[in-house]
Write a protein of this length. Structure first.
Length: 334
């Protein structure tokens, strides 16, 4: 089938593109390759599949309404995976306008494009950050998400509400995926594992927020990609016969699922594994909690397991080792 993937030069998006191409789909990849982080890394990700005969590159921004509309009209995707967004909780405090433009205006353009051509299914990235300071663990899609604590989280919650409206009004099947902390080869340089390994190898101290008292549902990239593809292949449906299902709407073909590891790992264990694989003990700069951050994330993925047999299989021990191996190879570290 024809699939439009936005954020095709991104961490998750590039890996999703590769998986779709490998199975024979025709893929259009939208990305503006902005300079939020190292553009050469984005280009290297793209280079892995850029010349594939079934890949079409669209180097445009989500917020460019006319170009996005033209791409939908010309490519006429049957399904869409929207992974393009301005990422990062802390950066949303420094540069809020980029989140409004990319995550709100841009997502509106995707919804309009999907409506114009009548896509079979729109899968889009939400985030575990929508749970805010929810103290109940693990996070469930049935939990309230009315009090985000960062603009990034607010834009992701807004995306879910916008998608429901389009599903309700125009019967467009939409599925939102609340991603939990994703890591692995080709990852984002602004995320913890990347920042830690770079600092350790350069002999600098690493910043450990909340003095290390943090827990995350660290999820390896291959497990995330597998889940995204499985969800894509099963369009969202309404609740029927009065049967309530977590995250599923009774009035629209709309669903929301957590996607992430169902195991919670402490930040200090994450750092220990990095030290073991590098053979270097990190110098730790213990700091207080940062604005917009949360102490713990943990995913209840029972509904996704039931729907698509999603089962994240990569342990953090294996995942961190693979990341270190990739980092050394990519950056030529001896």
């Amino acid at each position: 089938m024809r699939v439009l993937v936005t954020g095709s030069a991104g961490f998750i998006g590039s890996n999703v593109c590769m998986r779709l191409l490998e199975r024979g789909d025709e893929v259009a990849g939208l990305d503006n390759l902005n300079d939020y982080y190292d553009v050469s890394l984005k280009e290297a990700r793209l280079a892995r599949f850029q010349n594939h005969q079934n890949f079409t590159e669209a180097r445009i921004s989500l917020e460019d309404r006319e170009k996005v509309a033209s791409l939908f009209e010309e490519f006429r995707p049957q399904r869409v995976i929207n992974l393009a967004a301005q990422a990062g909780v802390r950066y949303s405090i420094e540069n809020p306008q980029s989140y409004i433009d990319g995550n709100l205006v841009g997502f509106g353009n995707i919804l309009e494009g999907a409506r114009a051509v009548g896509v079979d299914h729109l899968v889009y990235a939400s985030s575990s950050s929508v749970y805010g300071t929810n103290a109940k663990l693990p996070f469930s899609v049935e939990d309230p998400v009315d009090h985000p604590i960062s603009l990034y989280a607010a834009t992701k919650r807004a995306n879910e509400l916008m998608a429901h409206v389009y599903s309700h009004l125009y019967s467009i099947p939409t599925t939102g995926l609340r991603f939990f902390t994703v890591y692995g080869p080709w990852g984002r340089p602004d995320m913890a594992l990347f920042l830690f390994i770079k600092a350790i190898l350069e002999g600098r101290s690493i910043d450990v927020f909340n003095r290390g008292d943090m827990k995350r549902a660290f999820t390896y990239i291959d497990d995330i990609v597998e889940g995204v593809i499985r969800v894509l292949d099963q369009s969202a449906k309404r609740c029927v016969d009065g049967v309530e299902m977590p995250g599923v709407s009774a009035s629209a073909p709309f669903a929301i699922h957590n996607i992430g590891s169902d195991q919670c790992v402490t930040l200090m264990r994450y750092i220990e594994l990095l030290e073991e694989n590098l053979g270097i003990e990190a110098q730790k700069n213990m700091l207080p909690m940062q604005p917009g951050d949360v102490q713990a994330t943990w995913a209840d993925v029972d509904d996704l397991k039931a729907k698509v047999d999603y089962s994240p299989a990569t342990s953090v021990e294996v995942g961190v080792a693979r990341f270190v191996e990739w980092y050394k190879d990519f950056y030529g570290v001896k």
